[in-house]
Structures are given as structure tokens and as C-alpha cells.
Design a protein around this ligand. Structure first.
Ligand code: AMP
Length: 304
């Protein structure tokens, strides 16, 4: 099975090759043909399944078929800045040859560079709800020409209290747009939202992905006060090029990174208390190998 059967524009096919994608993932097999047909989608799927390319590729194809404009034609709403950045960077890679540009819009950084990118012709906006509403209230750009709307990780947007913002944002859209909603779980609030915003959607569910066979898992039952000793023991015994540690709270992520730093590891933390600049620095430093250990909260981890 290859991407050829979707008959993508050669400029998009070049993006797929640049990302080294050879065969579509199950979610791509299901979602791409339906999105190309213009159908609304209700997808029960997690991040990590190839979900981003599953919606970005067919949206790009449809955008290339329509007339180019200096307006926002696609809006993607995501719960966290990291996920918005990740989606934006995937779009940049996949769309490089198409000339279609995108911009990530989230709080914690200046508004002006975001406005400039949109005014200079970015047709795709990947946004977190709060900052997007700020822009809409400031009337820095409009959403009345949006052709495609993606609500990504809808259940997390609900968990984070964004549902009223989403409903507000919907008022700025033309109402005729194609809408794609992805969620890992389907609480009743999301089901109601889906009923409101989707028109006769194609529904599918992608089974929870399992770690690949090369990943081994171990579970240790340990008292809270002995966790650090255990972690030190595991880290000392295991030869790890880079280590990602998840904690439940921001405080624990920060203090664990500090303790690991004291113990001689190049460690940093990624959690919601950091400014966007510091989060990006931590993430980039970890990717480049400058930090061998990254301690992250699960919210911050979405999009890694
Ligand atoms: P996502 O669920 O969009 O976060 O994607 C998870 C990871 O899978 C990302 O690193 C993607 O670059 C990668 N990916 C997406 N589609 C494919 C594909 N068809 N083949 C290989 N890797 C893919």
C-alpha cells in the first residue's frame, strides 16, 4: 500500500518523500479519502498514529485545487502550544513545495510576529484557543473565509476548560467549512460538540497503538520517598543516550530536573510554568542532545 493511490499533487508527494513516509498509517488510509471527498470527520484517535499528516495532506490537496488567497483558509485548533508547534512544523515540511504557508498562534509570545505572518499571506493558522480569541477580538484577522476547520485533541481541550472558547470561535467561522474533529476519548460534552459542528461525518476509530516490539516496559511499585533512589539506580545501571521522564505535576517535574542536575546529569524540565521561550529551549536542547534528560508533565508532553 503506498501513498500513490491518493493521487496527490506532485508538490505534496514531494513533501511526503521529504518526510520519508512510505506507507500510509491506518488512520491515513481511513481519513485521507474521506477528507479528499469533502466529508466531515469524527476520528477517535490519539496523537502518535500519524493523525497530523492524515488531515494535513488532504487539506493541502484541496487547498491547491481552490483559488489562492491572502485569507485564512484552514484553521487548526489544538489544546497546547507544543502540539500547535508540532502541527505547524509538520505542515511546513509537508507543504514546502506547495507555496502554502502556515503560522502557529498561541499565547506567551508576542502577537505582532503572528499578525505579520498572517498579513503576509499564511493561509493556514494552527492556534490555541485563548490567543486565537484575543486576535479575533482585536480584529487582527478574520475567519470568515475558512474552508477547513480541524479540532484536534478535542477531549484535552475540554479537560483544559477550552470548550466555551471553542464555541465562541465557531461564531467567527462561515459555517460552510469542512470540519474534522479528532479526540482520543469521547466524553458526552465532546459528543454534543461533534453533533453541533459536524455534518453527517464519517466516523472511525483507530485502536490504541501499542509500543513497538523494541520497547520493553517495566513497572516498579515504590513508596514516594524512595522514588529518587530507585531512579538514580536505574539511571546509573542503564546506558541511555537520552531519557524522557514524565511526572504528574509541574512542581515535581521542576524539582526532579533540579535533583538530577545536582546528581550530575544534564537535565531540564518541560512544564506549563515555563515561558514559551524556555519551553522551546528545553525541547530543542533535548532534541539536539544538549540535555540528556528531559522531565516533563503529561500536558507539556503532548506533541513531543
Ligand atoms: P502524529 O500522530 O501526527 O503525531 O504522528 C506521529 C509520528 O508519525 C510523527 O513523527 C510523524 O512524522 C510520523 N508519521 C506520520 N505518518 C507517517 C507515515 N505514513 N509513515 C511513517 N511515519 C509517519
Amino acid at each position: 500500500m503506498s501513498f500513490k493511490k491518493f493521487d496527490f499533487n506532485p508538490k505534496i508527494a514531494a513533501g511526503i518523500r521529504a518526510c520519508n513516509y512510505e506507507t500510509p498509517t491506518p488512520i491515513q488510509e481511513k481519513a485521507i479519502p474521506a477528507i479528499l471527498e469533502g466529508r466531515d470527520i469524527l476520528g477517535l484517535a490519539q496523537t502518535g498514529t500519524g493523525k497530523t499528516a492524515a488531515f494535513v495532506l488532504p487539506i493541502l490537496q484541496r487547498m491547491l485545487k481552490g483559488p489562492r488567497s491572502n485569507r485564512v483558509r484552514t484553521l487548526i485548533v489544538a489544546p497546547t502550544r507544543e502540539l500547535a508547534e508540532q502541527i505547524n512544523s509538520d505542515i511546513t515540511k509537508l507543504a514546502r513545495q506547495t507555496g502554502i504557508r502556515s503560522v502557529a498562534v498561541y499565547g506567551g509570545v508576542g502577537k505582532l510576529p503572528q499578525i505579520k505572518k498572517i498579513q503576509s499571506g499564511a493561509e493556514i493558522v494552527v492556534a490555541c484557543p485563548g490567543r486565537l480569541l484575543d486576535h479575533l477580538r482585536d480584529k487582527t484577522f478574520k475567519l470568515n473565509k475558512v474552508e477547513h476547520l480541524v479540532l484536534d485533541e478535542a477531549d484535552h481541550m475540554f479537560d483544559m476548560g477550552f470548550l466555551p472558547d471553542i464555541k465562541h470561535i465557531l461564531n467567527f467561522l462561515p459555517g460552510t467549512q469542512q470540519t474534522l474533529l479528532f479526540s482520543a476519548t469521547m466524553p458526552s460534552e465532546i459528543r454534543h460538540l461533534a453533533e453541533d459542528v459536524l455534518d453527517n461525518p464519517v466516523r472511525f476509530q483507530i485502536a490504541h497503538s501499542r509500543p513497538t516490539a523494541t520497547v520493553s516496559q517495566q513497572l516498579f511499585s515504590v513508596e514516594q520517598n524512595r522514588k529518587m533512589t530507585l531512579l538514580n539506580g536505574i539511571m546509573a545501571k542503564t546506558d541511555m543516550a537520552s531519557t524522557l521522564i514524565f511526572t504528574r505535576t509541574k512542581y515535581r517535574a521542576e524539582s526532579l530536573a533540579r535533583q538530577l542536575h545536582k546528581a550530575g546529569y544534564t537535565a531540564t524540565s518541560l512544564q506549563g510554568n515555563l515561558s514559551q521561550q524556555k519551553r522551546q529551549k528545553a525541547l530543542n536542547g533535548f532534541k539536539r542532545g544538549q540535555f540528556k534528560v528531559l522531565v516533563a508533565t503529561d500536558i507539556a508532553a503532548r506533541g513531543i
